[in-house]
Design a protein. Structure first.
Length: 289
């Protein structure tokens, strides 16, 4: 299958409201708003088309204003297959019977892992997390891994305090690119992000290494998985899984970041994330705000 000369406008994409999803036939693919919703939809469009062709089912896209909205969509049976971050997947596993089956392999590294990072504005004198005491800092979303869980862990590890106790002003930007722009515009003293969005924004000239200086990187994290509802019929799950895992044989696969292919994963690959949630003592209500 060839998807040449793909031109996609936001208006051309079907974004379903909750009521519409319940009435729709076929498969619904949910995308967390890690970046601008329009951009996320555009990136996944080739995979949506490919999945539709391979399964023989109409595939529509659902996005929400926050990570919790996509989890809720799957919980209510209105989202069948979804792209989540590691933490939002672990939450969806508990809340919505989600099961991880594939993860994108990055073209630049040949790995499925990625890293969380902190960035500070040009001219900042901050050299460590300790220097951010009492300052304004933006994370991405309570259910984000690289923009929520991991920076929380790094702050607790470095200071013994949770972010809302340690920082002077603590906010959520809503997406990774919004967090980067808050730093560039000097609306905050620092922000959390990941190396995928950071490198993408550098390449597009939206930020520079000077306007958004990396303060530190985390250790590698398990990649963001594609998941489906565990209670879907086995034949449908097999069709979805086979289509995603073999898509690179037919098309240039797309998704979050520049991908070479999708590899298989299992729920066990995300135990590190479950362990961090437990270690930090995070409550469901704190992550699904």
């Amino acid at each position: 299958m060839k998807l040449n000369n793909l031109k996609l406008t936001f208006a051309a994409v079907t974004i379903l409201g909750m009521q519409t999803i319940a009435e729709a036939k076929g498969l619904v693919m949910g995308l967390i708003p890690a970046e601008n919703n329009e951009e996320m939809i555009e990136k996944f469009e080739p995979m949506r088309q490919y999945l539709e062709a391979k399964t023989g089912e109409p595939v529509k896209v659902f996005t929400a204003t926050d990570y919790a909205g996509v989890i809720e969509g799957m919980k209510k049976g209105r989202v069948d297959v979804a792209w989540f971050g590691p933490l939002s997947y672990v939450l969806a596993e508990k809340e919505a019977n989600a099961e991880a089956f594939a993860v994108g392999v990055r073209a630049d590294t040949g790995l499925s892992t990625y890293r969380s990072l902190f960035v500070v504005p040009e001219g900042s004198t901050v050299q460590s997390i300790a220097d951010l005491k009492g300052k304004s800092v933006a994370f991405v979303d309570p259910a984000s891994t690289s923009g929520g869980l991991i920076p929380t862990y790094l702050v607790k590890q470095a200071t013994g305090q949770m972010p809302k106790e340690f920082f002077g002003e603590f906010t959520y930007a809503g997406s990774h690119d919004a967090a980067e722009m808050a730093v560039k515009n000097k609306s905050v003293d620092a922000a959390a992000d990941n190396d995928i969005t950071y490198e993408k924004m550098l390449a597009k000239g939206l930020i520079s290494k000077e306007s958004n200086r990396v303060l530190l990187y985390s250790d590698p994290l398990p990649g963001s998985p594609m998941v489906y509802r565990k209670d879907l019929p086995e034949a449908i799950k097999a069709n979805i899984r086979e289509a995603i895992l073999h898509a690179h044989n037919d098309i240039k696969v797309t998704g979050y970041g520049d991908l070479a292919k999708y590899d298989p994963v299992t729920p066990a690959d995300y135990q590190k994330i479950r362990d961090l949630v437990s270690e930090l003592g995070l409550l469901r209500e704190e992550m699904l705000k």
